[in-house]
Design a protein around this ligand. Structure first.
Ligand SMILES: NC(=O)C1=CN([C@@H]2O[C@H](COP(=O)(O)OP(=O)(O)OC[C@H]3O[C@@H](n4cnc5c(N)ncnc54)[C@H](OP(=O)(O)O)[C@@H]3O)[C@@H](O)[C@H]2O)C=CC1
Ligand SMILES: C=CC1=C(C)/C(=C/c2[nH]c(/C=C3N=C(/C=C4\NC(=O)C(C)=C4C=C)C(C)=C\3CCC(=O)O)c(CCC(=O)O)c2C)NC1=O
Length: 290
């Protein structure tokens, strides 16, 4: 059994507590046991789980793994604290808000011989799995992925290429290695309006564009326009709900890693994809700041 603590009780943290208390039967998740949660607020109890102090969690012999579900600006610090005291870590994406920090944390995890798992539920949705099937084997001519969503506080969430890393993950997982050719940022501060536009080239020199647009009340949505040599794909597949919840699927993956059931090749491929996306996010940020 691996004792677990959930850190940060927002939307994601609450779902983590729910899933840890109700693991999918006969799944790797049954090897995880919730010991308690850490919050910067005083909550005492949450779904019968008990609140513990951060210091206590770091020292506790009953805790083997930490689930970091705080706002993005806190990820680096929390991941580092738990790795340093020799705990395994699951962190919600984005793992950190700079490439330097991300590489540093992987090095630390390897030094300590601990699992560092980054949640990427955007790759686990039925919609994405269907999209990937539709794209497989096709030759891209050009493509656009346009995301819209509500306002985010950048002090907590970080630069939009990092808070929007799920869109980069989609593009890299669908089309392979990308290079950033240009990126711009448009902001209307008084309206909390933000639009990031990044242009890429694929390894075959095909152009791809990512737009991340946010404003208060804007609907959370994604639009695609992918031209292939064989035709155009401009609607996302209609999606049924996954039979196993997304955070539960991710928890199973983490538990499998703790149990040593994931191959070195798989672990390496995943790490490379995650760092590739972080590198792109960093590059986009640099280009926007110029
Ligand atoms: N929501 C989602 O579907 C997904 C989220 N993620 C990632 O998960 C992480 C957390 O996101 P999410 O849970 O959505 O964000 P929330 O804003 O809901 O929670 C973030 C943090 O804010 C604090 N908080 C929560 N509610 C309140 C409140 N009422 N008053 C004051 N503080 C509060 C909590 O910290 P504390 O308990 O310490 O006060 C919590 O850790 C992010 O990194 C995000 O990218 C990733 C994939 C999906
Ligand atoms: C209703 C308000 C709502 C909020 C505040 C919300 C926040 C939210 N959802 C996210 C991703 C995500 N959120 C979901 C799914 C959900 N997430 C949920 O909170 C719920 C209820 C679902 C269920 C459909 C998925 C699948 C992702 C991964 C990125 C994606 O594919 O869009 C993220 C991570 C950053 C990002 O990729 O944009 C945040 C902060 N999502 C919401 O839907």
């Amino acid at each position: 059994m691996f004792g677990a603590v959930v850190v940060g009780i927002g939307i994601a943290g609450s779902m983590r507590i729910r899933d840890l208390l109700n693991p999918l039967q006969s799944s790797p998740s049954e090897s995880l046991k919730l010991i308690g949660f850490v919050s910067r607020r005083k909550l005492d109890q949450f779904n019968n789980a008990k609140q513990i102090e951060l210091d206590e969690a770091l020292k506790s012999k009953d805790i083997d793994a930490a689930f970091i579900c705080t706002d993005n600006q806190n990820h680096e610090e929390s991941v580092r604290h738990f790795l340093e005291v020799g705990k395994h870590v699951l962190v919600e994406y984005p793992m950190a808000l700079s490439a330097e920090a991300a590489y540093d944390l992987w090095r630390l995890a390897e030094q300590k011989g601990k699992v560092l798992h980054v949640e990427h539920i955007e790759l686990l949705t039925e919609q994405y799995k269907q999209l990937k099937k539709e794209v497989q084997g096709k030759k891209l001519v050009e493509g656009v992925l346009h995301f819209t969503g509500g306002h985010l506080d950048e002090n907590l969430s970080g630069f939009p290429s990092f808070s929007g890393i799920a869109r980069l993950s989609w593009l890299v997982d669908l089309f392979g290695d990308l290079i950033v050719t240009s990126a711009t940022r448009e902001e209307q501060k008084e309206l909390n309006y933000s639009k990031l536009t990044a242009h890429f080239l694929t390894a075959e020199n095909r152009p791809l564009t990512w737009v991340e647009e946010r404003a208060p009340g804007m609907k959370r949505d994604k639009h695609i326009h992918f031209s292939f040599t064989t035709g155009i794909l401009d609607t996302l597949p209609s999606s049924s709900r996954a039979s196993v919840g997304l955070f539960m699927q991710d928890q199973n993956l983490f538990a499998k890693k703790l149990l040593g059931q994931v191959t070195r090749e798989e672990l390496l491929a995943e790490k490379q994809r995650i760092l590739k996306c972080i590198d792109l996010a960093e590059e986009i940020k640099k280009k926007c700041e110029h």
